[in-house]
Design a protein around this ligand. Structure first.
Ligand code: FMN
Length: 167
């Protein structure tokens, strides 16, 4: 066991990214760390955490506002801890098939601290999502869950390995 505490902070409108964050936290806990997933907007301070994972849903090429804001608000504390980032994501199989680099907007947010890594996971469009545009996309038949939880667990496992110094 390790007493390292890890925060998985997420920006999510329709809870797809929240589900990814929960899976990452669950994997880190299984691997022996002490992790919790929390909405980024509710995180006011990082003193209780030794490492941070930040995730955001992608909307028109930009990271979810709550994820962007967290990188601004907590920049000094993020610079003092190991940080990993993820985006979610494409409404097709592309994120499972290949490595998708961070968008320009995500890179800008990540430039505020030295991130150890970034990955893009497939997204989810719920059948009855929040947001006019999201609802019209769902009506056009785009509602589907493209999240690859095996890929998510593998990524989280690599973070645990690095934090536990087993590489
Ligand atoms: C209006 C709208 C715009 C989107 N724009 C993008 C985008 O630019 N790039 C992308 O990969 N996915 C895009 N998506 C897909 C979302 O990122 C995906 O549904 C994600 O899982 C949403 O996360 P959430 O459920 O946590 O809010 C968009 C979805 C909607 C509804």
């Amino acid at each position: 066991m390790s007493n390292q505490r890890v925060l998985v902070a997420y920006g999510s409108t329709n809870q797809g990214t929240a589900g990814l964050a929960e899976e990452i936290a669950a994997t880190l806990n299984k691997d022996g760390l002490t992790a919790e997933a929390r909405p980024a907007a509710e995180v006011g301070d990082l003193t209780a955490y030794d490492a941070v994972v930040i995730g955001g849903g992608l909307y028109a090429g930009r990271w979810h506002r709550d994820a962007r804001r967290l990188t601004r608000r907590l920049q000094p504390q993020l610079r003092e801890r190991p940080v990993w980032c993820f985006s979610s994501g494409p409404l097709d199989a592309s994120a499972t098939e290949k490595d998708i680099p961070p968008t320009r907007g995500v890179r800008r947010a990540m430039s505020r601290f030295p991130a150890r890594g970034h990955t893009t996971f497939g997204g989810r469009l719920a059948p009855d999502p929040k947001g006019r545009l999201a609802r019209s996309m769902a009506k056009r038949g785009m509602a589907h869950d493209w999240r690859d939880f095996e890929q998510v667990r593998a990524w989280a496992h690599a973070i645990a390995t690095e934090l536990l110094g087993r590489r």
